[in-house]
Design a protein around this ligand. Sequence first.
Ligand code: D8Q
Length: 117
Amino acid sequence: TGGEDVITLGNSADLAPCVCMMDELEKHQEAWPFLFPVDCRRFPTYKKIIKKPMDFQTMRHKLRDNKYQSREEFANDLRLVCNNCETFNEDESAVGHAGHTIREFFEKRWRELCINS
Ligand SMILES: Cn1cc(C(=O)NCCN)ccc1=O
């Protein structure tokens, strides 16, 4: 009755770095394999092999709908996109190479956005 301690949850941090990163990811030259969910009609085995599909459109919708409780949840969805890509594609394939490029871009830029915010 008013005496309860207010517990502040550190993970409801400002999501501004996520919006900025989402903009940059969608514009990236190597984003093309990840802009929309993988088409399971073109790749019938995808849903069986990849248990948790993720893509940039889905991430953008989660941001819009306030589904991310923290920056880390957002970062982990991007890492899921890249891990799924490595599972399903050869490193030397066009899609596989794009996944490595997007991951390297993300990790470097994410540090810059989060440290200076
Ligand atoms: C992420 N990913 C994308 C594709 C693809 O071909 N996307 C269509 C682009 N127009 C294939 C396999 C895969 O893991």
